[in-house]
Design a protein around this ligand. Structure first.
Ligand code: PMV
Length: 357
């Protein structure tokens, strides 16, 4: 098949890890060069979100004789030069797997449903949305491609843009990284969690409290690198495997008290790794701790199964089942909003993954 020009449009959601990816394998036993990039040191599992997403349109037109790589980038409809180097690096890295990439000029037009610089990382949803579009073009050129190959390769490509992006292709629970007890799990791409999931997790809620919307002081790339000489690295990687194993029966039984223990421990362990690396750093803010303490007090007093998790920043994700939504939102409005920057928070819930528009 040859295609002169056209466009695709996809949305891809953000995701929030329950077991955290923090640290990359330096040398994969069998992979070399670019292929060996962003291989996680431990497996992770995440909830795919529903409303926090990136919407990206990819327009393409065949070039006449120019064989150099070229593209334009628009953010919310306007040229955005400062995002270009990251996308350029991503496209160069994946060119090896998408031989058509040098034959076309691309215009990438992208926007997020969440406010710009809200402290919510758009790299996972952004890289996933771009990967979906590129796979649509590959499928148009090779129509025999199976659905399974399409999604696995989209996740594989997204991973090469930003590790956690590979968990933003599918829903509702996604595993990335080899784990003996999880069929089909892979270090190379995320897969929909293949085992039983209890109804307690159906429409699970994630209210994201925006504590600090500033630029991150330490990038996650640097943070991952600091796990290489980290005194607790090996134990931490083993712990992530153990926590994922423990979550398997919890996902099946819906035991929320056990779920909470693992999820909160994972969040604090992630930040403990940051505080114990050399150089050490702290991404939590005083209000992050105020929120955590207030959630613990509320949970003790009410027995409502609400918990928190954190990503690589100061914002707090408040997680809870749908049947306590009204009570938890009241609690958030009365007791937590005061700790949010400009009183801002975003209501989201578990979602189904990337969608073609
Ligand atoms: O995808 P990266 O390289 O930005 O790393 C993200 C790491 C965490 O968000 C802290 C944890 C995770 O598993 O998403």
């Amino acid at each position: 098949h040859t295609i002169e020009s056209g466009h695709f449009q996809w949305s891809a959601p953000s995701n929030i890890a329950l077991v955290k990816y923090w640290g990359k394998k330096e040398n994969h036993p069998s992979l070399k060069g670019e292929l060996a990039k962003q291989i996680p040191a431990n497996p992770s599992v995440s909830f795919t979100l529903n409303t926090c997403k990136t919407i990206t349109k990819l327009a393409f037109a065949k070039k006449k004789n120019d064989t150099n790589f070229s593209f334009d980038l628009l953010f919310e409809g306007k040229p955005k030069e400062d995002f270009k180097p990251k996308i350029q690096k991503f496209l160069e890295r994946i060119a090896l797997y998408l031989p058509f990439i040098n034959d076309y000029h691309f215009t990438i037009d992208t926007q997020n449903t969440f406010p710009h610089s809200s402290g919510i990382a758009s790299s996972a949803s952004g890289m996933a949305a771009l990967a979906m579009n590129l796979m649509s073009l590959e499928k148009a050129l090779n129509p025999a491609m199976t659905e399974d190959y399409f999604y696995s390769k989209a996740s594989f490509l997204a991973r090469l843009g930003s590790g956690s992006a590979c968990r933003s292709v599918k829903g509702s629970l996604v595993v990335w990284g080899n784990q003996a007890n999880i069929n089909g799990s892979s270090d190379l791409y995320g897969v929909a969690y293949p085992q039983a999931i209890h109804d307690n997790f159906k429409n699970f809620q994630d209210t994201i409290l925006l504590v600090d919307k500033g630029e991150k002081q330490v990038s996650s790339t640097l943070g991952h690198d600091l796990m290489h000489d980290h005194p607790f690295a090996e134990r931490r990687f083993a712990q992530a495997h153990e926590n994922l194993d423990q979550l398997i029966p919890i996902f099946e039984s819906g035991n929320l008290n056990e779920f909470i223990k693992i999820v909160e421990s994972e969040a604090l362990t992630l930040h403990a790794m940051m505080m114990t690396s050399m150089p050490y750093f702290i991404l939590m803010k005083p209000n992050t701790l105020e929120i955590i303490n207030t959630i613990w007090k509320f949970r003790n007093e009410t027995q409502i199964p609400v918990c928190f998790t954190l990503d690589a920043g100061a914002n707090v994700h408040v997680l809870y089942p749908e049947n306590v939504k009204e009570k938890v939102l009241q609690f958030i409005k009365h007791e937590l909003v005061g700790y949010c920057q400009n009183g801002q928070y975003l209501c989201d819930e578990i979602g189904n993954g990337a969608e073609r528009i």
